[in-house]
Design a binder for this molecule. Sequence first.
Ligand code: PLP
Length: 387
Amino acid sequence: MSQKLIYLDNSATTPVLPEVADEMDRVLRNCFGNPSSMHHLGMDSSKVIKEARQTVAKTLKCRESEIIFTSCGTEADNLAIIGAATRASRAGKHVITSDIEHPAVLESMKALETCGFEVTYLPVNNDAVIDVEELKAAIRPDTVLVSLMYVNNEVGSVMPVAEAGRAIKSANPNTLFHVDAVQAYTKMPLRPQSMGIDLLSASGHKIHASKGVGFLYASDKVKFNTLMLGGGQQSGRRSGTENVPGIAGMALAADKAFSSMEEDVARMYALKSYFIGELLKLDGVYINGRYGRDSAPHIISASFEGIRSQVLLNALDAKGICVSSGSACSANHPGISRTLKSMGVKSALLDSTIRFSMSALTTKEELDYTIEVLNDTLPVLRRFTRK
Ligand code: PLP
């Protein structure tokens, strides 16, 4: 009998939708021309990119010229933060972020520090959310950029980005606001213009498209230094031959996600609430952060008293259930999660935490099976854990 496969690691990456894979295959085979070439094959590829740009722009109700395709969310974060802050550096060298950002943001901040920038790291409360009043108080005349994640990848907390946008613009209208929306795009309401967002990053592989593609929304009003120097593609803002099949696939995945977003998100919230209810019936299980409609619909962080994350992860994997300990995207650096620590999770639980992350494809049956396996496995693992 074949082993079940329950995929609950969608915040690390999502399975590519069959129709997205088909579209990528079609583009890969038929539109192989370089989009910068002047012949008909080049024009075919350039048309694919133009249409994809229109589709993505529609999802954010922004202009086509405001979408820059990148190789991933990390590149979009780097371009927004380093590109915009260094460009604005004559106006000031102060930037603000939070304590619990993804390494793509934190490492960009470190790079700015080496160029003489001062970075303010805002603390978060027990729910992994910043205080907007604290943000407002931190903004100075020389603050050129604020970068905040919309949804935290480890615990699914939601930052008050619309409120933050208003606070930033009222404290200093020249301060740019970047939002890392990699975990939020297709899950949370996003209107850059009305939310005071100048720059926004997203990633294809988190929305059922492929790896190797992402995008940066950059308001037409924002000036930034480019990081990829070369042939001047994408109006000189991001050189490099475009990943045409990846871009086509990401646009299709975004279009599909937006067409059923309301139902998908409602279903994920219902499943999340059900799953947490079942988790809390088990002994020694704690949920980190908020878990109602004020959290992201797809991420659940749970601590299992007395069991090491990696041990539980392996036990679940042996039963066909894929989850992650802490954040998979920083799993190359196993260690204690900065997010969990910053939000004040008890030290005994820091290395006992598992992230379950769903997608629109997750079913109640999959969650029921996971609970069944946890119910059988937790007492066994606890029996073998040295006190
Ligand atoms: N930002 C957040 C919040 C993420 O969760 C991730 C990846 O998990 C990234 C940025 C990086 O995206 P990518 O894997 O596309 O580089």
